[in-house]
Design a binder for this molecule. Structure first.
Ligand SMILES: Nc1ncnc2c1ncn2[C@@H]1O[C@H](COP(=O)(O)OP(=O)(O)OP(=O)(O)O)[C@@H](O)[C@H]1O
Ligand SMILES: [Mg+2]
Length: 363
């Protein structure tokens, strides 16, 4: 309530709560009236309570809750404006099925008529978000450390190589060149490793292109690198719209994943070795906490031996490799390049089937 300068009190209308705004939220949200009946549920909440808005509008919210007493007290107190916004862990039981633990945050949004905004988050999802955030922070810190280290290692390398070359020119005996050549070759190897570590920090080169151009490049590169040993199968959704991004980086990301698959298939001598490249449109997906109406889902799948158990949890970390001669940077770079496109990358692996799934938002 507020007062005009000279006159009687004026009641300010509460700002209208936009249902469209609620519908865009990635978190499941319900709007309740003063009798705790459902006024609105957003699409995420429809999924969580396994019912459509049409079916639940006007129904008491208690139909979907478990351990009713706790909920009633909690919601009635919230409605009475006991606290501003408040969170509690409770259970949800859609259609009387097994209860799901949820973190529930209630916020009174209007006084007359009273309405209550209820945000629900399944606790396992909440924990997954917290775990992802922790992992993200950890890998950001790792990357920063590695970038600094790469700079420090790269700087003196030029000097070491140059000095070895000068020394080589002064050697009295040609047979001693074997040693200077070791210094030069190892400096070159280290330099190219450091260049790969520093690559993601160069500015991107943005253009519009179709993901299938990327996949066709990867397919021809794999065919050239592993001739007659690996069959690349395509299952493309031709209706996919164009992407905006850095094409070369996406080629590099997918190539790193497909090359790992081809290497694992060849090293294990898998009969009938196959890599599947599959694209589909995904609707209404959440990628890194953000909801997108449209996304590209890309699978790179092989029928090889699977990711070694010992590195499965850490395979996206830099310098983690399960094969002799591997530098352990391929997946780190792939993840960085996909994250630069606001996408995500996940992997499910068992002997006989390894699948990397990439999700990329589409305009
Ligand atoms: N499809 C796959 N099948 C089996 N193992 C895999 C697969 N993809 C990845 N791996 C395992 O994950 C490890 C890490 O892969 P990553 O590409 O990051 O490094 P790398 O291949 O060892 O080295 P490089 O930097 O040259 O790519 C691999 O060494 C391999 O053991
Ligand atoms: Mg690799």
């Amino acid at each position: 309530m507020t007062r005009s300068p000279a006159g009687p009190p004026v009641t300010m209308p509460a700002p209208a709560l936009s249902y469209e705004g609620l519908d865009l939220l990635p978190a499941p949200v319900l709007l309740l009236d003063g009798d705790l009946a459902i006024v609105h549920v957003n699409p995420s909440a429809e999924v969580l309570i396994e019912s459509s808005l049409r079916a639940v509008r006007g129904h008491p919210v208690s139909q979907f809750l478990a351990g009713g007493g706790d909920w009633d007290v909690f919601l009635i107190e919230a409605l009475a404006g006991r606290w501003g916004s408040h969170t509690r862990e409770l259970s949800l039981s859609p259609h009387g099925r097994e209860a799901v633990p949820v973190s529930c945050t209630v916020t009174p949004v209007d006084a007359a008529p009273a309405r209550l905004l209820v945000e629900l988050r399944p606790l396992d999802q909440q924990r997954r978000i917290e775990r992802d955030e922790r992992l993200q922070e950890q890998s950001d810190a790792n990357r920063e450390l590695i970038r600094n280290l790469a700079h420090e290692i790269k700087n003196p390398l030029g000097g070491i190589r140059g000095a070895a070359q000068l020394l080589e020119g002064e050697l009295p005996d040609a047979s001693l060149r074997e040693y200077t050549q070791v210094i030069i070759k190892e400096s070159d190897r280290l330099r190219s490793l450091m260049d790969r570590m520093l690559a993601p920090h160069r500015p991107p080169n943005i253009s519009e292109f179709n993901i299938h151009e990327v996949l066709e490049r990867v397919r021809s590169l794999i065919a050239a690198e592993f001739p007659q040993r690996v069959l690349v199968i395509r299952d493309y959704d031709a209706s996919l719209p164009d992407l905006r991004g850095d094409k070369e980086r996406l080629i590099q990301a997918v190539l790193n994943i497909a090359r790992n698959a081809a290497e694992a298939l060849c090293a294990s001598d898998t009969p009938d070795a196959r890599i599947l490249l599959l694209t589909r449109v995904a609707r209404n997906v959440i990628i890194l906490k953000q909801r997108y109406r449209l996304a590209l889902e890309l699978h790179v799948q092989d029928n090889g031996p699977g990711i070694p158990e010992s590195i499965r949890e850490r395979m996206f970390y830099p310098l983690v490799s399960g094969r002799a001669g591997g530098s352990g940077l391929g997946l780190t770079l792939a993840q960085t390049f996909i994250a630069q496109h606001h996408g995500s990358i996940e992997c499910a692996s068992r002997p006989g089937e390894t699948r990397f799934t990439i999700l990329l938002p589409l305009p």
